[in-house]
Design a protein around this ligand. Structure first.
Ligand code: XMP
Length: 516
């Protein structure tokens, strides 16, 4: 295991991913809990992350001393380099010359970190983001790389296996960064790199078995990748002790519920209860224009319906003791906050959150240690088809938040039809995998058109498509106009109720991906 100490950088999770991609298991601990994590995980190497803080400030965070006393190899990145220097007897100063973005590193000297990647005297693109910089090295260190803004851009104490990089090797803008991290964990820390998803699957199945014993388990299946993979893994571990419940809120895409049912029942033979609660949801939502109220209503009804099903099972003598959740690693990591206050709620996200506190059950969370892309690999391992694993994300509140102005049954049907055509065209054009998420939105606006010889007065449909890495930021997808024309024509011709199509060219920020 590699322990990554998080000082609050935006990209700490990328370090963990790169290390895992090198076949070495890694965990992130916020700096406040780093010492405890160090004793618990017994790591073979430590990486110190970047930070928005300044080492020069009084009270700025430090790495626990035990890390330097342990004799383990340490890699400090950006702030990590600076705090390492400050803690080991070097000097860090604030600087007027901020270096941000692309920079070039001159290799001054060979070292184990650069082995087989960068040779002395060569120059390479790296990604910087810092104001402070190291101005005097601690004893034992030497400079191995320089940049115009940072004379100590890469430093090493090879005897003690301490390395410091002022740039970020974990981001893609440092093209060779992954190789440096691989050198650190393999060549310097001597870790083997045999962590695979197949091994993880076995390990997770054992863990579920020992947690659950002979108990009964239920799972809220949404049709999304996370809950599906969590359910299948649990099914593999405890078989018929697991019952899945699919709450059909009537806000899913065309054929979606049917596909999930077919896959789970026919293909995997997982016990599955489908509750058609669409009337209940749509009745409660009808005419409500407020996005937050819509989201809260859906969240509340979901819990009500799910609880009722769990009670029915209990009446049949099948009281569930455990609830499976597809919680992912990014939801688990405690984020390091420097502002103190709570962050602003942009949208009340709905998933099965809120269930466990209300229902007296223990959680089974077999994906707690995984990133989204790792869940996809695990899904493949479990035999889920590629088209299922590669599906675009779909929000818990479903089509309801794609009908601004309030849902009606009629509007949902129009939207579902338009969305299906749009996605069909995207697939036909071979664009599905290049787009992170694409969907149609039905606007509460009617406009005048002409079809045949007649006047029409129908709704406007907005098309959305974005590229993104994690949904936190996004750019609109740059289609060619031919494609948009084709999709628009088909939607207008085939969907009664829509006579105009527009394309959304807003990025996030300032927009969000969904319209509500
Ligand atoms: P926004 O609209 O906030 O969306 O830019 C970012 C990503 O999150 C999805 N999303 C949700 N997912 N429950 C979910 O499970 C929700 O309530 C929810 N709201 C938005 C959205 O589809 C996009 O992928």
């Amino acid at each position: 295991t590699v322990l990554i100490i998080d000082f609050g950088s935006q990209v700490t999770q990328l370090i963990a991913r790169r290390v895992r991609e090198a076949g070495v298991y890694s965990e992130i601990a916020p700096f406040q809990l780093a010492e405890e994590a160090f004793h618990r995980l017994k790591p073979k190497a430590v990486i110190l992350s970047g930070s928005p803080a300044s080492t020069v400030d009084v009270g700025s965070p430090r790495a626990p001393q035990v890390i330097f006393d342990s004799g383990l190899p340490v890699l400090g990145i950006c702030y990590g380099e600076q705090t390492m220097c400050a803690q080991l007897g070097g000097k860090v100063e604030g600087s007027d010359h901020r270096e941000f973005g692309r920079a070039f590193l001159e290799i001054a000297k060979d070292c184990a970190l650069f082995d087989g990647v960068w040779a002395t005297g060569t120059r390479h693109q790296v990604w910087m983001s810092h104001g402070d910089r190291v101005t005097a090295l601690p004893p034992g260190f030497e400079v191995v790389g320089t940049s115009s803004g940072a004379p100590f851009a890469a430093i090493a104490d090879e005897k003690r296996r301490y390395y410091g990089l002022q740039f970020h090797p974990e981001v893609v803008h440092t093209p060779d960064g992954a190789k440096l991290l691989s050198n650190f964990v393999h060549k310097i820390a001597g870790l083997k790199g045999d962590w695979t998803m197949a091994a993880y699957r076995e390990q997770a199945i054992d863990a579920i078995r020992s947690q659950v014993g002979g108990g009964k388990v239920i799972c809220a299946l949404s049709g999304g990748v996370d809950s599906s993979v969590a359910a299948l893994l649990t099914h593999e571990a405890v078989g018929e002790q697991l019952t899945c419940i699919l709450v059909d809120h009537g806000l899913m895409r065309k054929n979606e519920a049917a596909e999930v049912v077919e896959m789970f029942r026919q293909h995997y033979n997982v016990p599955l209860i489908v509750v058609d609660a669409s009337d209940k949801f749509i009745d409660a939502l009808e005419g409500e224009p407020d996005p937050e109220k819509k989201r809260k209503t859906i969240g509340r009804l979901f819990i009500e319906v799910f609880e009722e099903e769990a009670r029915k099972l209990a009446r049949d003598g099948e009281t569930a003791d455990f609830l499976v959740q597809g919680t992912l690693y990014p939801d688990v990591i405690e984020s390091v906050s420097f502002t103190g206050g709570p962050s602003v709620t942009i949208k009340s996200h709905h998933n099965v959150g809120g269930l466990p506190e209300r229902m007296n059950m223990s959680l089974v969370e077999p994906l707690r240690e995984l990133f989204k892309d790792e869940v996809r690999v695990l899904g493949k391992e479990l035999g889920l088809p590629d088209h299922f694993i590669g599906r675009h994300p779909f929000p818990g509140p479903g089509l309801a938040i794609r009908c601004p102005g309030g849902v009606t049954r009629e509007k949902l049907d129009i939207l579902r039809a338009a969305d299906a055509i749009y996605l069909d065209e995207i697939r036909k054009a071979g664009l599905y995998d290049a787009i992170w998420q694409a969907f149609a939105v039905l606007l509460p606006v009617q406009t005048v058109g002409v079809m045949g010889d007649g006047r029409t007065y129908e709704f406007v449909c907005a098309l959305r498509a974005v590229t993104s890495v994690d949904g936190m930021t996004a750019d609109f997808y740059h289609y060619d106009m031919e494609f948009l024309g084709r999709a628009a024509t088909r939607i207008i011709n085939e969907v009664r109720g829509i006579n105009r199509v527009v394309y959304d060219v807003t990025s996030k920020p300032p927009g969000t991906i969904e319209w509500e």
